[in-house]
Design a protein around this ligand. Structure first.
Ligand code: PMT
Length: 388
């Protein structure tokens, strides 16, 4: 994605350097426009080095003037202004175009995201609030300033949020292409009864699958969410189906398979179930107790055998040899993609709000993703369905 970053004259301008770096690392091309006041806080050279692109400040400074503002305005897929002073917010709200940044913003058709950063009183001033409201009404997204100690030594709202937070929002934004399809998502931990009061299960909370269903609904997909044990409320708008055991999930998934365009299996499905489920609570007696387990059907593998138009995305929850094991599962189950996660890594796998994933495609492409929220990862996974 081509991101145009506008940096204005605030002490928080130094944070825009990290924003540039993080956006680059996430695979974006970044060009920076600084206002003259911004250059009093951070040098033009710093942004040029990090972005690996020339930085624009004064459109008339070059000997060969070439309407750079128009070029940049149409080059950008997204314009981000961080930090945005009260001054630039007022200019944008009123259509003032008196330097490279404000002129470019007036000329662009790209979505604009603004991160205000200023003293609390300047922020709460009716003029600024009215300008922000105007911008919101025009469809410009505002990332709310954080509350804390400000550079002017007062405490209040007005801090630029942390670069990681801003970048995550940008990445989310870029991931919001419409998803005109019918999607089946599985989630949660299957439970395999032992007797009426006990069962075998695992640590899945359903967060990964519910995040995918949530983001897919937001992007216009029709979603069937087949959920085993999970601690969450189903997202509004999904067709919700409960399936507690692997066998129940198997039946429900197969029942709906022909009607969908894609299946994403995040559910942690038990590979085995108890052969003879006791109808009564098993009494404590001998020192050891042996349970005989039988293999459950491999739902994805079955889908891989009968798929026609459907795209299949599986997950691989691994504790060792991540790539090797995931590649084997991708092959054996005839998947289009597999999302491999090492469930022993901090911030990845079960129960966390974040995940660290590697995408592997059936054509052999491997993409390592950084740690991100499960919602952001959900969007990345959904992108696989429309982009590749
Ligand atoms: O729910 P959370 O707390 O957010 O945790 C997320 C997660 C760790 C559960 C998720 O990220 C994840 O890794 N899900 C896959 C869990 C799993 O069962 O992985 P597996 O490697 O054992 O299975 C490979 C694939 O085959 C999976 O897509 C699985 O759904 C599917 N499978 C497995 C067994 C089986 N009998 N039938 C299947 O279809």
């Amino acid at each position: 994605m081509k991101i145009l970053l506008g940096v204005t004259g605030s002490i928080a301008a130094y944070k825009a350097v990290e924003i540039t770096s993080r956006l680059k690392k996430a695979g974006n091309e970044v060009k920076v426009i600084m206002t003259a006041n911004a250059t009093k806080f951070v040098s033009k050279r710093t942004f040029a080095e990090i972005s690996k692109n020339a930085v624009s400040v004064d459109m008339f400074s070059e000997p060969d003037y070439k309407a750079e503002h128009i070029e940049l305005a149409s080059w950008a897929d997204l314009v981000l202004i961080a930090p945005a002073t009260a001054n630039i917010i007022a200019k944008i709200a009123n259509g003032i175009a008196d330097d490279t940044l404000s002129t470019t913003i007036l000329a662009t058709k790209a979505p604009v995201i603004i991160c205000p950063a200023m003293n609390t009183n300047m922020l709460s001033n009716t003029a600024t609030q009215t300008n922000l409201k105007t911008l919101t009404q025009r469809g410009i997204e505002i990332i709310e300033p954080a509350t804390g100690i400000l550079a002017c030594q007062t405490v209040g709202k007005g801090r630029l949020p942390e670069p990681a937070e801003i970048v995550e929002k940008i990445l989310n934004h870029q991931n919001k292409k419409p998803l005109p399809m019918k999607l089946l998502v599985t989630a949660g931990a299957t439970i395999e009864p032992i007797d009426p009061v006990r069962y075998i299960t695992n640590h899945s909370t359903g967060r990964m699958g519910y995040a995918i269903a949530t983001q897919a609904i937001k992007r216009g997909a029709e979603v069937i969410l087949i959920s085993a044990k999970a601690e969450l409320q189903p997202p509004e708008g999904v067709k919700f189906i409960k399936a507690e055991t692997a066998l129940e999930m198997h039946d429900k998934v197969l029942e709906h398979f022909n009607s969908v365009d894609a299946v994403i299996m995040t559910a942690a499905v038990s590979d085995y179930r108890v052969k003879n489920i006791s109808t009564q609570k098993i009494k404590k007696s001998a020192d050891t107790l042996t349970l005989e387990l039988v293999k459950n059907p491999d739902i994805l593998k079955e889908l891989g055998k009968v798929k026609t138009k459907q795209k299949l995305i599986g997950f691989a929850a691994e504790t060792e040899n991540l790539l090797e094991n995931a590649q084997r599962k991708l092959r054996e189950k005839n998947l289009d993609f597999i999302v491999a996660n090492n469930v022993t890594q901090a911030g990845a796998g079960f129960a966390a709000d974040t995940n660290i994933a590697t995408f592997i495609s059936k054509t052999g492409q491997v993409q390592n993703l950084p740690k991100m929220s499960k919602l952001s990862l959900a969007d990345e996974i959904l992108n696989l369905l429309i982009e590749r």
